[in-house]
Design a protein around this ligand. Sequence first.
Ligand code: NAG
Ligand code: NAG
Ligand code: NAG
Ligand code: NAG
Ligand code: NAG
Ligand code: NAG
Ligand code: NAG
Ligand code: NAG
Ligand code: NAG
Length: 396
Amino acid sequence: MLVGLVSTLSLASVALALSPSYNSCPAQPRNVALKNNTHLPDPFTFEDGQKVKTKQQWQCRREELKSLFEEYELGTLPGPPEHLSASLNASNLTITAATNGATISFSVNITLPTTGKAPFPAVIAFDGLSIPVPSNVATIVFAVSAFGVQNDPSSRDVGTFYDLFGHNATASALMAWAWGVGRIIDALEITPSAKINTKKLAVTGCSRNGKGALVAGAFNDRIALTIPQESGSGGTSCWRISDAMLRDNQSTQTASEIVGENVWESLSFDQFANDTDLLPFDHHELLGLVAPRGLIVIDNSDYLWLGPESSWGCTGAARLIYSALGVTDNIGLSNVANHSHCAFPMARELPDLMAFYDKFLLNQPANTDIFYAVPNITLTVGDLAYWANWKVPKLS
Ligand SMILES: *[C@@H]1O[C@H](CO)[C@@H](O)[C@H](O)[C@H]1NC(C)=O
Ligand SMILES: *[C@@H]1O[C@H](CO)[C@@H](O)[C@H](O)[C@H]1NC(C)=O
Ligand SMILES: *[C@@H]1O[C@H](CO)[C@@H](O)[C@H](O)[C@H]1NC(C)=O
Ligand SMILES: *[C@@H]1O[C@H](CO)[C@@H](O)[C@H](O)[C@H]1NC(C)=O
Ligand SMILES: *[C@@H]1O[C@H](CO)[C@@H](O)[C@H](O)[C@H]1NC(C)=O
Ligand SMILES: *[C@@H]1O[C@H](CO)[C@@H](O)[C@H](O)[C@H]1NC(C)=O
Ligand SMILES: *[C@@H]1O[C@H](CO)[C@@H](O)[C@H](O)[C@H]1NC(C)=O
Ligand SMILES: *[C@@H]1O[C@H](CO)[C@@H](O)[C@H](O)[C@H]1NC(C)=O
Ligand SMILES: *[C@@H]1O[C@H](CO)[C@@H](O)[C@H](O)[C@H]1NC(C)=O
């Protein structure tokens, strides 16, 4: 029996060198003078006032935005651990990470597809899957709620991630999960017997886990396709537009509410809870961090709490970033009502999702020019030109 077990077991272990820091961009200040901006901030202007004119400069602006999101909303994303090893036992991939004398282990469950050819593309699903996955794509379930607990404010700094980094880590739960996704990819890269193609990975989650899926896609360049489902505020909605909805008496989750509900943001975000106009960014830029990689936003306008109008405007503004990079169709939005929260309306939305799987995981030609809501959404406060009151350059 032991022999049988050993034959399905593969062990791999490497010491990962710390990756070199990004050094081709000018050093960006983390603390910036906060300005009152009632529109969505201009993605194409650096904090020092210089304009982004080239794709290369966008990469530097992207680094600047990542720093700002770490500083003011999500907490610091640590680098890779000093040591990482992985062991696969049937469908159970156990990852061990050690750094600064502390060690943690966590496991993900890999379900290989029934058709197709190894190595397989895969969808990393936060706390389980709530969208369909093609029969030739694997599923990897990451139990995020144990990795960075998300019950209520008392979950601050609780979970496997904090066992490694200490309970003074600034990372919010969403950032803790993003770090975990990086380690899952590291582990898959050194475990060929897991049969996963690490160049063809998607990340998804619904509702609170959709907020996390967006952050994981934004901060992990090795994710090819990001699929936030019904993620709302803290996800694909913009803080400013959600505040405008609430002022319009539409009962929507806002920064002011979210800081008291859970630990999805870092404590440094509290100062903006009642003053989102002071944030040096908004979530159109979090979505924009995913560019030029694939991103499909799946929404549900029946749930006002999610701010479907805010997500519509926010994702519309993010699409301008994709346009500037010449890849407008790499971002999509599909919003269909008349179903319960996190239930996927197959008949209407499967073709939208399949188009993104085809293009970004399966190397199949597909039309991903998808940006619609049924029923249609019209912004009740401002329009896209109001919120995105900046010029969209054609980046060379
Ligand atoms: C592999 O998993 C099986 C089933 O959960 C378990 O019985 C076995 O002890 C595991 N083997 C190792 C080496 O962990
Ligand atoms: C996966 O393996 C780890 C390490 O052996 C073990 O602690 C964990 O219980 C396993 N998970 C499942 C679901 O079998
Ligand atoms: C992985 O998920 C599959 C499908 O849900 C389940 O049958 C299996 O028991 C799980 N394995 C582990 C190790 O959790
Ligand atoms: C966390 O911060 C507190 C207060 O500054 C300090 O007393 C404590 O030693 C720190 N703990 C760790 C593990 O760094
Ligand atoms: C929102 O509701 C309050 C209280 O009913 C009312 O005074 C206010 O005019 C309403 N605002 C809008 C924009 O409808
Ligand atoms: C926001 O304002 C409300 C009402 O004035 C106040 O109760 C709350 O503490 C403020 N929130 C933060 C995080 O400052
Ligand atoms: C920003 O400016 C607007 C419009 O003038 C004003 O209503 C709002 O209170 C200001 N916000 C802050 C945080 O100063
Ligand atoms: C939602 O369902 C209702 C009742 O069945 C129907 O009248 C309405 O047209 C549907 N709306 C959409 C957008 O499908
Ligand atoms: C809904 O929007 C589409 C374009 O996105 C447009 O073709 C259609 O006429 C709109 N329908 C309504 C009822 O406004």
